[in-house]
Each structure stands twice: as structure tokens, then as C-alpha cells.
Design a protein around this ligand. Structure first.
Ligand SMILES: [Zn+2]
Length: 148
């Protein structure tokens, strides 16, 4: 057998696919042939790299799930924030429309106007947080129903 024949067996040797007899003869040749020993070492490191790549695959999947999970949470959070801001703006706007006359009335004290404005803002924020809470629990309940 020439060195090239032995080289053809190297991958099989590293993957443990040779018969005991083949293995023994292969190891005997490697012991006496520095060129094949060197080649075997290269094959070994190449195999280590490809093994690492195969191991890395399920890990990549985990990372993908992890990041898409984070993305979903960011998306959901951003959606809630935008919705809340929009609701607060709309409620304040409507509130202002209702109390506009009082605000524009020069006979009404400034502190009373300020109090009224803060009251509307506070009510708007409270209302939005209550709605948010209700929606959150409603979603949770619905999810529970699906699981049953
Ligand atoms: Zn050789």
C-alpha cells in the first residue's frame, strides 16, 4: 500500500469506521511514516473544527429563538407605549375641549385652571393604566382558555 492509500483511510480511522485489523495496520504505518503522521494531525484538527460546527448548529437555533423572543418583547413594549401615549393625548385633548371655556374664562383663578389641567392629565394616565391592566389580564385569561 502506498501513502496515498493510507491517506484515503484517515477519515475512516478518525470516524472509527475501520475494522480492528485495518486500524492496527493503519497505526503501524503511521508510527513509521512521519508524512502520514503529519497528514493525520491535519485531518484531526480539521475534524475538530467540523465537529464544532455541527455542535454549534442547535446553539444557533437557541440564539435565534432568544433574539426573536427579545424582539417580540420589544415590539410588544413599544406597541403598548405608543398606544398609551396616543390614549393619553386623546383623553387630554377631549378633556381640554370640555374645560376649554373655564380655561379661557379670564375670571377664573390661574391655580384653579392649573388644578383642572393636572386633574385631566392624572385621570388620563389612570384610565390608560387601568385599560392596560384589563387588556393584559384579558389576554392572559384567553391564553389560559386556549391551553385547557
Ligand atoms: Zn505514509
Amino acid at each position: 500500500m502506498t501513502c496515498n492509500d493510507w491517506k484515503d483511510m484517515m477519515m475512516g480511522y478518525l470516524d472509527n469506521e475501520l475494522s480492528d485489523e485495518q486500524k492496527q495496520r493503519f497505526e503501524e504505518h503511521i508510527k513509521g511514516c512521519s508524512e502520514c503522521t503529519k497528514e493525520l494531525m491535519e485531518f484531526k484538527s480539521l475534524k475538530a473544527i467540523t465537529d464544532d460546527l455541527t455542535l454549534a448548529e442547535p446553539e444557533d437555533k437557541l440564539w435565534q429563538d432568544y433574539w426573536s423572543g427579545i424582539y417580540n418583547r420589544i415590539e410588544l413594549g413599544a406597541g403598548w407605549i405608543i398606544l398609551s401615549i396616543a390614549a393619553v393625548i386623546l383623553i387630554i385633548f377631549c378633556g381640554f375641549k370640555v374645560i376649554e371655556e373655564i380655561i379661557e374664562n379670564p375670571n377664573v383663578e390661574f391655580l384653579f385652571k392649573l388644578g383642572l389641567v393636572l386633574l385631566v392629565i392624572g385621570l388620563a394616565i389612570l384610565l390608560v393604566s387601568v385599560i392596560r391592566e384589563r387588556l393584559y389580564f384579558w389576554k392572559k385569561d384567553r391564553y389560559k382558555n386556549v391551553q385547557r
